[in-house]
Design a protein around this ligand. Sequence first.
Ligand SMILES: NC(=O)c1ccc[n+]([C@@H]2O[C@H](COP(=O)([O-])OP(=O)(O)OC[C@H]3O[C@@H](n4cnc5c(N)ncnc54)[C@H](OP(=O)(O)O)[C@@H]3O)[C@@H](O)[C@H]2O)c1
Length: 302
Amino acid sequence: MKAVLLRGYGGVDQLDYTDVPTPEPGEGQVLIRVISSSINPVDYKLREGALKQMMPLDLPAILGRDAAGEVASIGKGVSRLKPGDQVLGLVHASYADFLVADENVFARIPDGLDADEAGILPLVVLTGAQLVENGVQPRAGETVLVTGAAGSVGRTAAFVLKQHGARVIAGVRQTQLADAKSSVTADSVVAIDTAEGIESLPELDAVADTIDGPTAAKLVSKLKKSARFASVLGKPDAVVNAGIEARPVWAQPDAVRLAQLAHDYRDGKLKIPIARSYRLSEIREAQAFAEKGADGKVAIIP
Ligand SMILES: NC(=O)c1ccc[n+]([C@@H]2O[C@H](COP(=O)([O-])OP(=O)(O)OC[C@H]3O[C@@H](n4cnc5c(N)ncnc54)[C@H](OP(=O)(O)O)[C@@H]3O)[C@@H](O)[C@H]2O)c1
């Protein structure tokens, strides 16, 4: 099969579209023919070696966390899925024609959602939902700021917060204000990359953070003493030092929640824009495009 091997830490020239053996499903696993996948920031952070300490790679490695595809064959003990089923899931090594993963990570692709498109969803929608449901744990009526709300994880977090009855403020860049007002599920949209935007924020019960950096420090004065600062980027020092509860969240597979969010996306309730699609053989161009800030998902079609 064809796959993309990361040969070493570095630039996109370390990504090599090449032939590798097709994997075989072990006990409880399924072999998936990948129909679509996508690029996530973690892919290029891993490629560059920025996560070497936390997530060391056994090189050469196949990157890729998202997959939508068709079950090609099943291993011993697999009972829920059968060959021909169309599924999506949070996986590893999806920059490939085929991958194997535990059957439990997969949800069925809802009728009416194209498998070519479903591969943009797993990591960002599960992360956004878990940031809210495991991290923020909102109570109805609470005021919650989502940072990076124009991004894919942020859009999902804003949508899920509304499902839980929170009052949602979408924190975006000034350049994203107009688009975010029409496409992000929120009660208000604020430019949090300006001093006036930060100043205009009300007192916050919680933050669902997808950007960290200097913004976290600027938000401290807006947080209630009892606030929760949930982040997909760890625990910001400024928040911890201010005595605010920091709750780091790391995405985990969850087939049930993924199925629900895939339905919401199919129904047009959860909107995640796709900026561009590339073939797997164009992975270098695709990662370079995503890394520059694509304003939407970059889909990959083998
Ligand atoms: N913990 C986990 O398990 C987990 C899982 C998935 C993702 N993540 C992390 O979550 C982050 C977001 O992922 P994503 O897929 O949603 O990326 P994304 O689609 O690129 O979203 C990030 C958004 O934040 C915006 N942004 C950056 N700095 C900002 C600022 N100062 N003020 C306002 N907006 C700002 C970006 O705008 P520009 O594009 O204009 O910069 C972009 O719209 C990434 O760092 C990723 O690695 C963590």
